[in-house]
Design a binder for this molecule. Structure first.
Ligand code: F6P
Length: 334
């Protein structure tokens, strides 16, 4: 349960728009539903923009009714579709987007997405004075200023389900597996998954890991009679193929490991109860923030409370991974 922000409406809104942008995440649909129904409840019209900023810049949007968001609370993906829109990095394109919103009589925008999407939201708000509120929607949980992001909990559960199965075959064959989870710039998924699946080790981009250290740990485990099967959870990192590279390096040190890449299955599937509640509360809090006169802010979670944080403090900042959690994986495994 979350503590919702107080409603103190000072901004008159006739119409708002909502879009989802960047990599989709399970829970975007309940977030859209909450934005649409909270706004309609307050007498505000809502437009759903297709394919994120790509749809915004060509005015691809439709007014939404309450029934348009029926039966989506349990569905993965995003009803509004999503895109990574490179063109939105251009100031002239953002100017065009602002003009389209004004032309259609849209007073404010809600953006659901990760760091790149929130950067676009921040630029639109500051350059064109459009009231904008962002929602953290990414499986990576790497958004500064919020403890949690929409989709993280589901992605972790999906990865865990797969890893528990891999563990069965690893034990049967005394095999070592490198299981790659998503996380280009951060190891939040890897750490959470590693802790929850009882991984032998985790490898994350946030901290340097030497192959020699992995081999040393594996040898120590073996000497202590902990068996020769194992799961090492690896965050994908920035370059494709890093996990295969690690397997080759391990092999050159005499350690054979099989590689399993979980990939995009982590982004799909029905959102968990946690993500549905989080997304619903964030969506409602976003509309309240707009009505309260706020702009250029993200709605996030801090210590169980819905808070709003200036987007300039959110974007392009690294949310630090708690090193104690990484250490805990090692302690609990031994
Ligand atoms: O940003 C979320 C994310 O799922 C990352 O974890 C992953 O690195 C990336 O998206 C993959 O994006 P794409 O589907 O565009 O390759």
């Amino acid at each position: 349960m979350y503590k919702l922000p107080l409603l103190n409406p000072i901004r008159q809104l006739n119409a708002i728009a909502v879009l989802t942008s960047g990599g989709d995440s399970p829970g975007m649909n309940p977030a859209i539903r909450a934005v649409v129904r909270t706004a309609l409840h307050a007498g505000i019209r809502v437009y759903g923009i297709q394919r994120g900023y790509s749809g915004l810049i060509i005015g691809d949007m439709e007014e939404m009714k309450s029934s348009d968001v029926s039966n989506i609370v349990q569905r993965g993906g995003t009803l509004l579709k999503s895109d990574r829109c490179k063109a939105f990095r251009e100031p002239l394109v953002r100017k065009q987007a602002a003009a389209i919103l004004q032309e259609k009589g849209i007073d404010a925008l809600v953006v659901i997405g990760g760091d790149g999407s929130l950067t676009g939201a921040h630029l639109l708000a500051t350059e064109h004075n459009i009231p904008v509120i962002g929602l953290p929607g990414t499986i990576d949980n790497d958004i500064y200023g919020t403890d949690d992001t929409i989709g993280f909990d589901t992605a972790v559960a999906t990865a865990l389900e797969a890893i528990d199965r891999i563990r069965d075959t690893a034990l049967s064959h005394d095999s070592l597996f490198l299981v790659e989870v998503m996380g280009r710039n951060s190891g939040f998924i890897a750490t959470q998954v590693g802790l929850a699946c009882g991984a032998e080790m985790i490898v994350v981009p946030d901290f340097d890991t030497q192959v020699e250290n992995i081999c040393f740990q594996l040898a120590a485990d073996h000497a202590a009679g902990r068996g020769s099967s194992g799961i090492i959870v690896v965050a994908e990192g920035q370059q494709a193929g890093l996990t295969y590279k690690l397997a080759r390096q391990l092999e050159s040190h005499g350690q054979k490991a099989k590689v399993c890449i979980l990939g995009h299955i982590q982004r799909g599937g029905s959102p968990s109860g946690h993500d549905r509640v989080l997304a619903s509360c964030l969506g409602t809090a976003a509309v309240s923030a707009l009505r309260n006169g706020e702009t250029d802010r993200m709605v996030g979670v801090s210590n169980g409370e819905m808070v709003t944080v200036p987007l300039e403090h959110v974007v392009n900042r690294n949310k630090p991974l708690n090193p104690q959690m990484v250490e805990l994986v090692n302690i609990l495994h031994r």
